[in-house]
Structures are given as structure tokens and as C-alpha cells.
Ligand binder design. Structure first.
Ligand code: GUN
Ligand code: ZN
Length: 455
């Protein structure tokens, strides 16, 4: 076997030894859609700034402990498993309590449940209470990065950002924009919507050391004017922020878009012509797109989000992942709460397999999509998604015996562990959640008298 030669040998002088924390545990993390790296007795070495210094066999770092590192603090997590924090590429905070309320089809469900609940989100006390419960649930489910929709309400969105800041979770958040064919309480003036979104973006995008990010969030083509798309495209380019929206989730939605935008040749062209496609555009669902639309999405490096739990719930259909992969389009997973009924990415992982009648989505692949794949979809893979040195230490500690005490970690292969997490896992297996090397404390977000479950 060829020995890897390092170009420069790192010398640790007594003065420059870094201070680190070494987490000792079984470690599993993705390196590609087909492969994980595993350390049965592993060490995740994290510096004082919350960055990963190294990940490998504990024996290597044990020897190094005290030699390579000054003041290495050992945290013994043996008996558990360390995995990267889970990444949710699409969900709606104000829809938390609407999960499981049956609405037949997307457009009926929006009218019956979602639009009234989003109208009520104008109330800032309600927005604050909901946000605290929402971020607690993210933490309890091991979600360390999330791309979140709020509602049209700028002040409530500002509250969501404040609570996101306090929670410690890594977020992309956007105020929803709706300037046509929307219910009375949710219909905005185009100019105001743009101004408010721009102000939120200037205030929050890149704050808290880059942990808080902004996404311009026009809801979808049926509720946003041509002018809105054009101006959003400009604002996103100028600010470097994201655009997140929906595309082609149901056939009825596509029909409506044809009616409203007869001059565009297809759904994708509305976003394309108004300069809203690109590497930092995140499109949810993408079920009913033509081959030509997929080709153009690939060309612009636009990202997609697969939301299988939601697609089951609303009977929307299935994302054609085989075509999307053929076109080389990057996609991640989204719980899509509240059409998605679960906050757990383990549920989304299993549904990503169940929803495909002719394809097997393996546990290794689903794990990749919920971690490194999600990071790529959000253009954050240089900083999160796996345990490559230099990335942020975003991770969870997992207890497989929470699925059943009869499971003994030492008797399970990495494939079996990922399979159990995918097909039987939920928030109960997540013991701790870390972002930037800091353990997130769910009790930090105080809600009087209320005990929050992970469900
Ligand atoms: N399309 C436009 N708005 C929504 C929403 O809130 N949920 C889902 N699933 N699809 C949408
Ligand atoms: Zn959505």
C-alpha cells in the first residue's frame, strides 16, 4: 500500500500546543454517498474555537495526548456513537403544531390549516413561544443545521432569529414573501415585502460568526409576482444570501402556474428568467419537472430538497431521484414540517427509501443525504457535514440501546447501526447535540411549566 506523504510536518513547540477536547467514542461519518468512515474506538479532537482538529483511532491520539496537545481534556463517550449533526434542508417553523392535520391535497391543506395558522404568527408572543419549542425539538432530534421558512411577518421573523441565536443551532432563515393571490391576512405589498426582507438580511445574514444566515423566501410561483422574482434575484446576488422556495410539488400547482404565467414555457423558466437560480438557490420538492427543466437546474448548479414524509402525507407524488442524480443535481433531505409529520431526519431517511417503489436507498446513502449531502445542498460542506479537519464540530452523541436495550453496540456493524437509526430511530436515540463544539442546552430556552418532547 502506498504511504501518504504529508508535505509539511506539523511541529508542536511547547509554546504553540493547541488546547483541545478529545471525545472518545465509536465514530461513524460519511465520506461519500456510498461510503462511511468508522472508528470503533475513535477520537474526535476539537479545538477551543469549536473546530475539528482531527478524527481517527483513539490509540493515535491517546499517545499524542500531552505530547501534541497542551491541556487536552478527555471526554469519555464510550458506549455511545458520535455522528455528524443532522441537516434539515427545508421546514416551516410556524407549522409545527399543524403536523398530522389532514388536508387531502397541498392547495386544500394550505387553505384549511396553514394560511390561518400563518396569519396568527403576526402575534409576537405566539411566535416566540412557538420558536422556543421548535428550536428545542431541533436540538432533541440532533438537527444542527436547518433551512427554515417563517411567515410574511418581519417582526415575528426577527424574534425567530433572536431565538435561533440563543439556541445555538446553525440556521438559514427567511421571511416568507407573498404578493399575489394570497389570503387577506397574508397578502403583502411587493415593495414592503422586499424592503423588510432586505432589512432582515442586512441585520442577520452572517451574524453569530456565520452561524445565522438569511434566505430570501418567496413562497412559490402561485403567490409571487414577476416583479417579486426579479427583485429577489437582484437582492440575493447583491447580498450573497440564499433564495429558498418551492417548485413543482403537485400537478395542480403546475396547472395553476401555467394559468398565471402563460408567457413562460415552464415552471423553471419563471425562476430562471428572473435570475433566481444558482448554487445558493434551494428548491423544495421538484417532483413534476421535465428533463429539460432538470438539465437547466443542473447547469445553474441549483440545489433541490427531497421531502418524502411530506410527499406521503399530501399524496403529492415522489421525487424522481434517479433522474435528478442522472443530471448531476445536488439534493438534500427536508422534513418539511408541517406537511412532514416528524421533526426527525431519521424518519425522513426511512421515507426516502419507502417512497421509491423501484429503488433501494441504502442506510449509508440516506445517512449521507442527512449529513454531508445536506451540507452540499446548502453550500455549507466546507464547514459542516462530516468530521474532516478544519470543519466545525457539529455532532450528536447517539445511544443505540434507546431503540432496544438488547442491542449491544459491540455486536453491531456500522451498516447495521445506520440501518437501525434509519428504520427505527427517532429523537430518543439522540443524547446530546453539539454545534461549534458547544453542547446545546435545551433548558437554556426557558418556557415556564412546559416540558418539551422530541416528537
Ligand atoms: N408550497 C407552498 N407553500 C407550501 C407549504 O407551506 N408547504 C408545502 N408542503 N408546500 C408548499
Ligand atoms: Zn415547504
Amino acid at each position: 500500500m502506498k504511504k501518504i506523504r504529508r508535505k509539511t510536518k506539523i511541529k508542536y513547540s511547547p509554546i504553540h500546543k493547541p488546547k483541545v477536547t478529545i471525545y472518545r467514542s465509536r465514530i461513524i461519518h460519511p465520506v461519500s454517498p456510498l461510503q462511511v468512515e468508522e472508528f470503533k474506538d475513535g477520537a474526535l479532537v476539537v479545538d477551543a474555537g469549536g473546530k475539528i482538529v482531527a478524527c481517527g483511532d483513539y490509540a493515535r491520539y491517546q499517545k499524542a495526548n500531552g505530547v501534541k496537545y497542551d491541556q487536552a481534556k478527555l471526554v469519555d463517550k464510550r458506549g455511545g456513537i458520535i455522528i455528524p449533526g443532522l441537516i434539515d434542508c427545508h421546514l416551516h417553523l410556524p407549522q409545527l403544531d399543524l403536523r398530522g392535520k389532514h388536508g387531502a391535497t397541498l392547495l386544500d391543506w394550505l387553505k384549511k390549516y396553514i394560511f390561518p395558522a400563518e396569519t396568527a404568527f403576526a402575534n409576537q408572543r405566539l411566535a416566540e413561544d412557538l420558536s422556543k419549542r421548535f428550536f428545542k425539538k431541533l436540538i432533541l432530534n440532533g438537527t444542527t443545521t436547518a433551512a427554515i421558512y417563517t411567515t410574511i411577518h418581519a417582526k415575528s421573523t426577527d424574534h425567530v432569529f433572536k431565538i435561533a441565536k440563543a439556541s445555538g443551532v446553525r440556521v438559514i432563515i427567511g421571511k416568507v414573501m407573498m404578493d399575489m393571490y394570497s389570503p387577506a391576512g397574508l397578502q403583502e405589498n411587493t415593495h414592503n415585502s422586499l424592503k423588510e426582507s432586505e432589512a432582515l438580511c442586512s441585520k442577520w445574514h452572517g451574524s453569530s460568526g456565520g452561524r445565522l444566515m438569511y434566505a430570501f423566501t418567496p413562497r412559490f410561483a402561485p403567490t409571487c409576482s414577476e416583479e417579486m422574482w426579479l427583485e429577489v434575484g437582484k437582492l440575493a446576488r447583491e447580498s450573497g444570501a440564499y433564495i429558498q422556495t418551492h417548485i413543482a410539488e403537485t400537478k395542480a400547482e403546475n396547472e395553476r402556474v401555467k394559468e398565471l404565467f402563460p408567457d413562460y414555457k415552464d415552471y423553471t423558466e419563471i425562476y430562471e428568467e428572473n435570475d433566481c437560480l444558482g448554487p445558493k438557490t434551494i428548491l423544495g420538492h421538484a417532483i413534476y419537472l421535465t428533463d429539460d427543466e432538470l438539465r437547466r437546474l443542473a447547469k445553474t448548479k441549483t440545489k433541490l430538497v427531497h421531502c418524502p414524509t411530506s410527499n406521503f402525507f399530501l399524496k403529492s407524488g415522489r421525487m424522481p431521484v434517479e433522474l435528478i442524480e442522472e443530471h448531476g443535481i445536488t439534493y438534500g433531505l427536508g422534513t418539511d414540517v408541517g406537511a412532514g409529520t416528524s421533526m426527525s431526519l431519521f424518519t425522513t431517511m426511512r421515507h426516502a427509501d419507502y417512497v421509491q417503489p423501484h429503488l433501494a436507498v441504502s442506510p449509508v446513502k440516506a445517512f449521507y443525504l442527512a449529513t454531508l449531502g445536506g451540507a452540499k445542498a446548502l453550500s455549507l460542506d466546507s464547514s459542516v457535514g462530516n468530521f474532516k479537519a478544519g470543519k466545525a464540530a457539529d455532532f450528536c452523541t447517539v445511544d443505540i440501546s434507546a431503540i432496544d436495550p438488547r442491542y449491544k453496540l459491540g455486536e453491531l456493524s456500522a451498516d447495521e447501526i445506520l440501518s437501525l437509526l434509519m428504520y427505527r430511530g427517532n429523537g430518543s436515540v439522540i443524547k446530546e447535540t453539539y454545534v461549534n463544539g458547544q453542547r446545546l442546552d435545551v433548558d437554556g430556552l426557558k418556557i415556564k411549566g412546559e416540558k418539551i418532547s422530541f416528537i
